[in-house]
Write a protein that binds this ligand. Structure first.
Ligand SMILES: [Zn+2]
Length: 298
């Protein structure tokens, strides 16, 4: 994990790796900073805050934005309990619905979930929820730096906040962008995620900090569009042909996307498309989703 200064006001905290290892961001203004996301557990978040301390010493973190409700973006919130903690309304609801106890139960009940989340100190997490929520958009001033929050969800989850810093031509995309690794469609619809990608491209930024993967730019957003269009098309054709969901993911040849990390997420993504095409199909509960992905790898 490492700190990277991107320009005068934006910084990234990067955690290369697979499941549960996410990126965070920092926006600094006069006398204060805004943190974009905490990490999967308190230890990782404490290390990050120590790593960012040279920057935040005279610009303390007064505000935190959680981009969405997945644990790897807010389970470290308890270290910033005194800050204003902001997220979208629907993301706050997801945080209250799925907490550390649910994740621990999932790890105890499933081999693949344990394999990917067992290494994090989830038992130390005390859920610390946002104390300010918004719908749609929210404009902030961080020590003289204009910061725009836009909820572009539902897409990856029920709400997905992107954090745009126009003067730095930078956007913190949260999990709307996975760079070099497979995105996972927990909520969908996929069409709305594609719209979110279009919005990101229309922001006309140079720098994109993805939720996972290295710092990138607009080409990584276009690569996301291509993967999502591929899944819509491949899953849609198999749905139309009457192929059961359980067979569809295995039947798809990933072709140009075969090199992306965590390819097992295709199973969840195919299910999201099947749900869109057959609204009577209920969402896959977390434990089942991880079991399916584990089977995908076996
Ligand atoms: Zn994530």
């Amino acid at each position: 994990m490492s700190h990277r200064a991107l320009n005068g006001v934006c910084h990234a905290w990067l955690q290369p790796g697979g499941w549960g290892l996410s990126n965070a961001g920092l926006i600094t203004g006069r006398g204060e900073s805004l943190l974009v996301d905490t990490l999967m557990d308190v230890r990782l978040t404490r290390d990050m805050l120590a790593g960012l301390a040279p920057v935040t010493a005279d610009k303390p973190i007064t505000r935190l934005v959680n981009t969405h409700g997945n644990p790897d973006h807010w389970f470290g919130n308890q270290l910033l309990a005194d800050a204003e903690i902001i997220t979208a309304e629907a993301a706050a609801r997801e945080m209250r619905a799925i907490g550390p106890g649910d994740l621990l139960a999932m790890c105890a009940g499933g081999a693949f979930a344990h394999e990917v989340f067992g290494r994090f100190a989830i038992d130390e997490v005390v859920p610390t929820y946002p104390n300010r929520t918004f719908d749609g958009r929210l404009d902030l001033d961080v020590g003289g730096v204009a910061v725009r929050l836009i909820d572009v969800g539902p897409a990856h989850t029920a709400a997905d906040v992107v954090v745009h810093v126009p003067e730095a031509r930078t956007v913190f995309a949260g999990d709307i962008v996975f760079a070099g690794t497979t995105p996972v469609v927990w909520a969908g619809p996929v069409g709305n995620w594609l719209k979110a990608c279009r919005l990101l491209l229309d922001l006309d930024v140079d720098t994109v900090v993805p939720g996972h993967g290295p710092v990138c730019g607009p080409p990584a957003v276009r690569a996301m569009e291509q993967y999502l269009e591929f899944v819509l098309d491949e899953a849609g054709r198999r749905f139309a042909a009457g192929m059961p969901f359980a067979d569809a993911a295995r039947d798809i040849d990933l072709g140009p996307f075969a090199g992306l990390g965590e390819p097992e997420r295709l199973a969840v993504n195919v299910h999201a498309v099947y749900r869109e095409l057959d609204p009577t199909l209920p969402p896959l509960p977390g434990p089942q989703a991880f079991a399916r992905m584990g089977e995908e790898l076996s």
